[in-house]
Design a binder for this molecule. Structure first.
Ligand code: HEC
Ligand code: HEC
Length: 260
């Protein structure tokens, strides 16, 4: 065990050193040798990919200069599951190899050109004012590839009423259904800590987010709207990961805190 750790540490060190030399060159190519000569067990390889720093990884963990959120706050790369939002959004492993992303909104050649659709996130969720550069797109594609593909290579499908377009009729049905449910504020509090606090918490590090814990003007219907469709920098939440009962519970918690 100790020997293995030492070995992977040494690999990390060697890669880090060679990255410095290659840093101004092609960001993605430098990742190939790391696994090529590696005869160790598979999980040692991914351990190496996980612990080493690279320009692509740094970019993935970089906070937006606009609202202070990072790709890594929302998406998993296999090492950041302690960030609560990563369980609600897709893993990025193999994202450069998918045939389509965003449930078919982006497909074919566009997948690579948009870093698997990350350019949409860059503008919508990170509120970046200048488009992602081709170099940054390449860094991301290289980072995805460095994580290996596994069986996540194929397209990811999920259930949402926000894509490919906002389905307003379905939203109305959901709102009516949720209004009929009895929300449990205690369960809602737990869910809120998991899915919302990163942005809406009192001490949240993400900036430019309205407080909904005091003077909230909304109601169950507007909470449902935000959760299901997203709004500006707020992402939508999938049907299977936050159920209608979950939204009823969240709503009960938010309204209770606001004295409603
Ligand atoms: C506030 C959360 C958030 C941030 C920050 C964010 N994204 Fe996303 N991203 C989403 C949501 C929501 C989707 C669409 C639903 C899903 O895939 O989970 C998405 C989709 C994607 C997809 C396509 C997944 C698929 O196959 O459908 C990729 C790849 C991706 N994002 C990468 C990135 C990268 C790289 C960054 C940083 C530059 C980033 N995202 C920043 C929320 C975010
Ligand atoms: C990635 C950050 C982020 C996460 C996570 C997030 N929100 Fe938001 N939320 C925002 C932002 C930003 C806005 C403001 C949107 C706008 O007006 O452009 C917002 C707005 C709202 C609003 C409307 C506020 C108002 O005054 O009208 C509600 C309600 C809301 N969010 C509920 C939630 C709930 C419930 C969750 C958890 C399930 C959640 N949000 C998760 C960022 C987030």
């Amino acid at each position: 065990m100790t020997l293995m750790n030492f070995k992977s540490f040494r690999t990390v060190f060697t890669i880090a050193a060679s990255s410095v030399i290659l840093i101004s060159g092609c960001g993605s190519d430098e990742k190939v040798p790391e696994t090529k000569n590696d005869t160790q067990k598979k999980d040692t390889v991914s351990e190496t990919a996980e612990t080493k720093s690279s320009p692509g990884k740094d970019f993935f963990y970089m906070k937006s200069s606009s609202n202070n959120i990072a790709c890594a706050d929302c998406h998993g790369d296999g090492t950041n599951s302690d960030r609560p939002l990563t369980k609600y959004f897709s893993d990025i492993k193999g994202a450069d190899k998918r045939k389509s992303t965003f449930l078919g909104k982006i497909s074919g050649e566009e997948v690579k050109k948009t870093a698997g659709g990350a350019t949409l996130c860059w503008e919508a969720y990170m509120k970046m004012k200048t488009p992602m550069t081709p170099e940054q797109i390449e860094l991301l594609n290289g980072y995805y590839a460095s994580l290996g593909t596994g069986d996540t290579q194929s397209d990811i499908t999920y259930e949402t009423i926000a894509l490919p377009q906002k389905d307003k009729a379905k939203l109305k049905t959901e709102q009516a259904e949720i209004l009929k449910l009895t929300g449990d504020p205690l369960k809602g509090e737990v869910l809120f800590k998991d899915a919302c606090v990163t942005c809406h918490g009192e001490n949240a590090s993400v900036k430019k987010v309205p407080s909904i814990l005091e003077d909230f003007e909304g109601n169950t219907k507007s909470i449902t709207y935000n959760v299901r469709f997203g709004d500006g920098a707020m992402p939508f939440f999938k049907l299977n990961l936050l159920s209608n009962q979950d939204i009823a519970d969240l709503s009960a918690h938010i309204l209770k805190i606001n004295g409603k």
